[in-house]
Write a new protein. Structure first.
Lengths: 508, 108
C-alpha cells in the first residue's frame, strides 16, 4: 500500500536540539513544517527523557540546557497547536530524494519513512508510514558514539558511553552496578556523573588524552564560560563520589570471566599510553567485578541522508566526515540545509544556534536569516570551543596496535582485525568500500555505522587517518533504514499513480 | 506461561507494574521502560546469538544505531530492544539457545 502523503513548505528530519530549533524557527517565520523523528517524543539523544506518558513533567535532572529545551518545546507545542508544525514521531526516513524540476527549479524533496518500531510491537497509536513532500529540507540527524574496537568489546555488558546515558535518561535506572568508562573526550564526564548520581559505582574514567593537551586551547575554552561551569560541576560530582579520572589511560582488553561467566564482561585490563596511544610497558592494571564497560571516542555524525543527496563534505578537526554549509546552513544542494552534528560535532548549544539559522533561512527563501550579531558571535565562540576539544581529545594514532588478529571489528558480520589486515595487505583493499566487498565489514544490520570509522582507519594502515572518500564510502547506504519488501514494492505504485504528479517525476 | 501473559493482554498495568513474558517466562517491568531495560534490569543481558560465532549479544549503542539488541516482539521479528517500550502482555522472544549449556539445544 502507498503511504499517505504529507506536504509542507519545509521538512525537518530529527527532533533533537538542532531539529527542534529549525522547526520552531521556520514555523515562527510563517512556514508550514513537517518534523519527522525516529524517536517517540521530542528531545533527540541530548534531551532524551522518561516517556511523557509515565512522567508528564520531567524535571530535567541530569540534563544540561534543560531551560533551552523547555523554551523550544513550548514554542514547538504552540506552533503545533496553530497547525504550522505537523509532528511525525516514531518514523525513520529510509530514502530521501530530490524531486525532478518539472516546472521551475523549486520541485523540492520527498522523504519515504517507515515506523521505527513495528506497529505490532508499538504501544503508540503511531500513524504508520508517511511520505513527506516539502519544498525545502533541513537535515538534523545528529550523531552517535564513535567506537574503536578492542579485544572483548563484543561481550554483553560493553556499551557505548552514550548508550549508558540514554539508558539512564530514558528508563530512570542503571544498566548495571559497577562501571568503567573509557575513551576520550569531555562527554565521558557527564556519563560518569549520570551513573554516580543514579547510584552506580564508577570504578574509573579512563581518558586516553592528557589535560596538558588542553593548555594551548585554553583561550577557546575561556570564551565559553558555561563550559567551564559545567566542568566545575563534574569536578564536584567526581570528588563527591570519589571517581578516579585517569588520563593517558586506556582499556586494552575487556575480560569475560568470573562470577558473570565467560560470556559477559567482568573486568577490564588497562594500561597507560604515550601521547600517540602507544601502550607503556609495565603499566598494566586489572579492574575486577565490572559489569558494565562504556566506550566513547567522540561522535560520528549521522551522514547517510546528506550523502544520499551528494552534498559537498569535508573532514572535520576530529576526523569525522561532515557536510559543508554556508553561513545560512545551506549545503551545496540548493534548498537542502544541514544543522547540528552533521555540520561538525559541537554540542547542543551550537546545534540550537545552527538549527535556528537553518529554519529561518529555509523559511525565508533567498532573504538572509534574521541573525543578530550577538548570536553569530556566540556561534563562532562555540565552534572555536568544539575545535579546541577535538584537538585536545584526538583518536590516538597508535590505536590499531591495541588489536589482536582475533579482535572483532565488524560486530554484525563478525569480521576480525586479522581478516581486514589480510584484505589490505594481500588484496590491496585500502578504503572502506573495498574492505566491505572483500571482508563483509560494514555489510550487516548496522550498515557500518559502528565499525565504519575503525574499518576506514584499518584500511588506511597503521597510524594513518582515513580519507574523506573512504569515510564517505563507509557512510553511504543504499537504504537509510531497514525496510520491508512491501515498502520497496510500494515505490512502483507511487509512480503508477497518475494523480501524484510531484512524485512521478522523481524517478532518477 | 505464555497463556498467562496472553490472558493479561490488553488490561491496564496495575500498581506501576507491566507484565510481559520473555521466552515464555513471566517478567515484571516498569511502565515506560524499554524492552532492553526491562530485560537488563532482571539480569538478562544477552538475548541474541550471532549467526557465525553464536556469540551472545544484548544492548550496545542503546539508541537504535547498532542493531545488536534485535529480538522478536509480539511476533514482529528484528525489533530493537532499546527502542521498543514494554506493554502489558507483551511477548518477547530472544534468539539465544534456550540453555547455553545444552550442546544440542535448538535456536528459538
Amino acid at each position: 500500500m502507498t503511504p499517505p502523503i504529507v506536504s509542507a513548505d519545509i521538512a525537518v528530519v530529527g527532533a533533537g536540539p538542532a531539529g527542534l530549533a529549525a522547526a520552531v524557527a521556520a514555523a515562527e517565520s510563517g512556514a508550514t513544517v513537517v518534523l519527522v523523528d525516529a524517536g517517540a517524543q521530542p528531545g533527540g539523544q541530548f534531551w532524551r527523557h522518561r516517556p511523557e506518558t509515565v512522567v508528564p513533567v520531567p524535571d530535567g535532572q541530569g540534563h544540561h540546557g534543560w531551560k533551552s529545551y523547555l523554551d523550544l518545546r513550548a514554542r514547538f507545542d504552540a506552533a503545533r497547536h496553530q497547525g504550522l508544525i505537523t509532528y511525525l514521531p516514531g518514523l525513520q526516513v529510509w530514502m530521501a530524494q530530490q524531486n525532478q524540476p518539472a516546472q521551475g527549479d523549486d520541485a523540492g524533496f520527498t522523504l519515504r519513512t517507515t515506523p521505527t518500531v513495528a506497529e505490532a510491537a508499538s504501544d503508540r497509536s503511531a500513524a504508520g508510514a508517511r511520505t513527506v513532500v516539502a519544498r525545502r529540507l533541513v537535515l538534523c540527524t545528529g550523531g552517535y558514539d564513535r567506537q574503536l574496537p578492542v579485544p572483548g568489546w563484543d561481550l554483553p555488558g560493553v556499551m557505548a558511553a552514550g548508550g549508558i546515558q540514554a539508558f539512564i535518561k530514558a528508563n530512570g535506572i542503571l544498566p548495571g552496578k559497577r562501571f568503567v568508562i573509557a575513551g576520550t573526550g569531555p562527554f565521558l564526564l557527564p556519563v560518569a556523573a549520570n551513573i554516580a548520581e543514579a547510584g552506580g559505582k564508577v570504578l574509573a574514567v579512563l581518558e586516553s588524552s592528557s589535560p596538558t593537551t588542553w593548555l594551548p586551547h585554553l583561550r577557546a575554552a575561556a570564551g565559553v564560560p558555561e563550559k567551564a561551569l559545567e566542568g566545575a560541576e563534574y569536578a564536584a560530582v567526581f570528588a563527591r563520589h570519589r571517581i578516579p579520572y585517569r588520563t593517558r589511560s586506556i582499556v586494552t582488553e575487556v575480560l569475560g570471566s568470573g562470577s558473570l561467566g565467560a560470556d559477559h564482561a567482568s573486568g577490564v585490563r588497562t594500561a597507560k599510553v604515550d601521547a600517540d596511544g602507544s601502550v607503556r610497558p609495565g603499566t598494566e592494571r586489572v579492574y575486577e567485578d565490572v559489569d558494565v564497560v562504556g566506550f566513547g571516542w567522540g561522535f560520528t555524525p549521522q551522514m547517510e541522508l546528506p550523502l544520499s543527496f551528494g552534498v559537498e563534505t569535508r573532514l572535520d578537526t576530529d576526523g569525522s566526515l561532515v557536510g559543508v554549509v554556508d553561513e545560512r546552513q545551506q549545503s551545496s544542494v540548493p534548498g537542502l540545509y544541514l544543522a547540528g552534528e552533521v555540520t561538525g560535532v559541537g554540542g547542543a548549544t551550537l546545534a540550537v544556534l545552527e538549527g535556528l539559522a537553518a529554519g529561518t533561512a529555509a523559511a525565508g527563501g533567498s532573504a538572509l536569516p534574521q541573525k543578530t550579531a550577538a548570536s553569530e558571535k556566540t556561534t563562532a565562540r562555540h565552534r572555536r570551543f568544539a575545535e579546541a576539544m577535538h584537538r585536545a581529545h584526538p583518536v590516538p594514532p597508535a590505536w590499531q596496535d591495541w588489536l589482536t588478529p582475533e579482535t572483532t571489528v565488524c560486530r554484525c558480520e563478525e569480521v576480525t582485525a586479522g581478516e581486514i589486515t589480510e584484505a589490505r595487505e594481500s588484496l590491496g583493499a585500502r578504503d572502506a568500500r573495498s574492505l566491505k566487498s572483500f571482508t563483509r565489514a560494514g555489510m550487516g544490520w548496522c550498515q557500518g555505522r559502528v565499525c565504519g570509522f575503525a574499518s576506514a582507519c584499518l584500511g588506511a594502515g597503521p597510524g594513518a587517518s582515513p580519507t574523506a572518500e573512504s569515510l564517505s564510502s563507509a557512510a553511504k547506504r543504499p537504504l537509510a533504514a531497514p525496510v520491508g519488501i512491501g515498502e520497496l514494492a510500494a515505490l512502483d505504485a507511487d509512480y503508477e499513480d497518475p494523480t501524484n504528479s510531484l512524485l512521478k517525476g522523481d524517478r532518477a | 506461561m505464555s497463556t498467562r501473559a496472553r490472558g493479561a493482554a490488553k488490561t491496564a498495568a496495575i500498581g506501576g507494574v507491566v507484565r510481559v513474558s520473555f521466552d515464555g517466562r513471566p517478567l515484571e517491568a516498569s511502565p515506560g521502560q524499554s524492552v532492553g531495560a526491562a530485560l537488563t534490569s532482571q539480569g538478562i543481558t544477552a538475548w541474541r546469538a550471532t549467526r557465525k560465532g553464536e556469540r551472545p549479544r544484548g544492548l550496545f549503542c542503546g539508541i537504535g544505531v547498532c542493531f545488536d539488541c534485535l529480538l522478536t516482539v509480539d511476533g514482529s521479528a528484528n525489533q530493537r530492544a532499546c527502542l521498543v517500550e514494554v506493554r502489558e502482555g507483551m511477548e518477547i522472544e530472544g534468539s539465544c539457545r534456550e540453555d547455553p549449556s545444552e550442546e544440542t539445544g535448538g535456536r528459538a
